[in-house]
Write a protein that binds this ligand. Sequence first.
Ligand code: TYM
Length: 330
Amino acid sequence: MKRMLSGIKPTGQLHLGSYIGALHHFVEYQDQYEMFAFIANLHCITVPQEPEQLKKNLYDCVALYLACGLDPNRATIFLQTDVKEHAQLGYIMCCNTYMGELNRMTQFKDKQAKGEKNLSGGLYTYPALMAADILLYDPDYVPVGEDQKQHVELTRDVAARMNNRYGELFKLPEPLIGKVGARIMSLSDPTRKMSKSDGINKGCIYLLDDLDAARKKVMSAKTDSLNQIRFDPENQPGVSNLIQIYSSLNNDRPYSAIEEEFAGKGYGDFKSAVADSVCTTLEGIQKKYREVTTSGMIEDVLQAGAAKARPIAAAKLDLVQRALGMEIHF
Ligand code: TYM
């Protein structure tokens, strides 16, 4: 069975973009692949966090993995810091990644361009840690949204360079980007990605949003004055974003079928249908979330997941350190 690995960094609440672009693919693929899904808590602290809030976000992230349908009997679910090899291989990857490569990563460049002050060193080197997260497990595929593709490509480049220099250490992973919804945009500004840093902005639908609030966000989504439901991201970014959301929440329904369904109808009707799909999805997730959080199973799931992940990660780190001449055995 081929292996798949991915993670989410819960710096805030998970939202519809992370669900459509990533999480629902983890669930979809867990039968066909050996699935490793982790919570990237080392990545969280690359930006300042309030400890109590971070703890809650981590807990909610695991609960939402389960509520969205990840099954701990099929998938290995773990917290990054429970497998210490991530940080150690992360350091080794950092030493094998060029500053020129890190300088090209758009996420850091964007933050720098916004003039944000006191950006941390960890934020700059975080793609090297992400490479370690992946390479520790030799996955064949890494399911991610469009914004993470560049990081998986960097992972391949650094892995190939190290394989060349030190012998076969790592399998080169492929990014797996969904055909629909790889980049869900903000509802209030469809030229920007829907993102956790939106705060309580009405452009972002959180998976734990109150259903009425979620419906209102969809109903007030920015559209245009063309009054036609057509997939045309350049000229109708808002409508096209809603089409993607609707398609993804309805088994990747073809855009042409959606255009036909709403031919001659107004934006109100269309938004209502999108809101229904969003609310049905959220309602199901929230019901399971409540079951999971009262079941007391989260700690057990993390313990079992870490126990499965650790030996794999330890063997890989040992292989790498030996190949680099870093170990003396006793
Ligand atoms: P993160 O936490 O920012 O996002 C988690 C996943 O959700 C996808 N995503 C989106 N997809 C579509 N539309 C959106 N608006 C949207 N927003 C987020 C992201 O592409 C991602 O797949 N660095 C990673 C976490 C990570 C990781 C890894 C992932 C750490 N190590 C190893 C894979 C493998 C991140 O910050 O994702």
